[in-house]
Design a protein around this ligand. Sequence first.
Ligand SMILES: [Zn+2]
Ligand SMILES: [Zn+2]
Length: 376
Amino acid sequence: MLLKQLDNLINLSDLSIINNMRELTFSLEIGDYKRVIVISVAYFLVYNIISIFKLKRMIYLLNLTLLGSGGGMPMPDRFLSSMIIGYRGRKILIDCGEGTQVAMRKTHIGFKDIDIICITHFHGDHLFGLPGLLSTIGNSGRVEPITIIGPVGLASVVEGFLVAEPYLPYDINLIEEPKLDLGFSIPKNILQESKKSGCQEDEMIISTLALDHSSPCLGYSFYIPRRGKFLPEKAIEYGIPKENWSILQSGKPIIYKDNVYRPSQVLGKERRGIKLSYITDTRPIDEIVGFIAESDFFVCEGTYGDSADIEKAVERKHMTFKEAAELAGKGKVDKLLLTHFSPAMGDPNTYIKHAKAVFDNTIIGHDGYTEVLSYK
Ligand SMILES: [Zn+2]
Ligand SMILES: [Zn+2]
């Protein structure tokens, strides 16, 4: 209970914490000087405990920045499709429309730590920023390999770009239309087919879904698992000494008295992790619902704001705000961020009611929009 209250306090400013403490002491019948001492000690303790909590939570934060919220062509105040995810010092870029590197500069995001680039499809508004970005990453001093994931045809697209940019100081690994989920081990920077054996908190699971667009197109989801709670009674039952508990807690097995003990023997059920989904460009097919299910954050195209534009949406294989909101509701996501607005749309906020009528927790994306996701 106390921990929960402290956790809530993290969101308050230091000033309001002091005010809370002052109010608390005024409710006590004590003299002024005692009150000052109580405020000072309480503030010192709370501030330090909160700092530790902040630090702990920082480790498990996933942050995202929408770099471009436009579809079709770049506009003066709207860059083309691109989003970047940061997790434990590593970065994943999703789509790379023209101007992506300018948008990264504007939001003060560095180039060197991009490990993975996920391309949804090969329409220019999601792709034409890639050759320039690959070159800039090379100039940033990167020598570690980069992995690019995309639909069938990715190899020939990237090879074409490399004709113009043949001397990159790093290798590029290509994964076309992955058939299985991919596990990205963060500290080691290794991307491989996910074994799905046990829950590795240092691993991000990247899944893809074939969408329904006028070109082969992939949706992406990013999931950070969370291990179950440590069960000390189990460890005692097995006779495992306390000094080995933290190793098991961190997800690694131990050998004690010639027996191997695995984390699964002393941890409870896997808890809900962090899930982020990214769907653009497509019609709202049924498969999307299961794919985005229970996402903490769902980024979805809303090419057309007005529901009256449904015919255009069907013809050009895109979605209206209302259709995106329906997916969010059916998928039981926490929050929907709309993006990929048609160049013909003025202020997308004009049409937000079309989405909110169906799914209230909808936000209209804009270039530079940021969000931080953490374990619930
Ligand atoms: Zn597009
Ligand atoms: Zn497209």
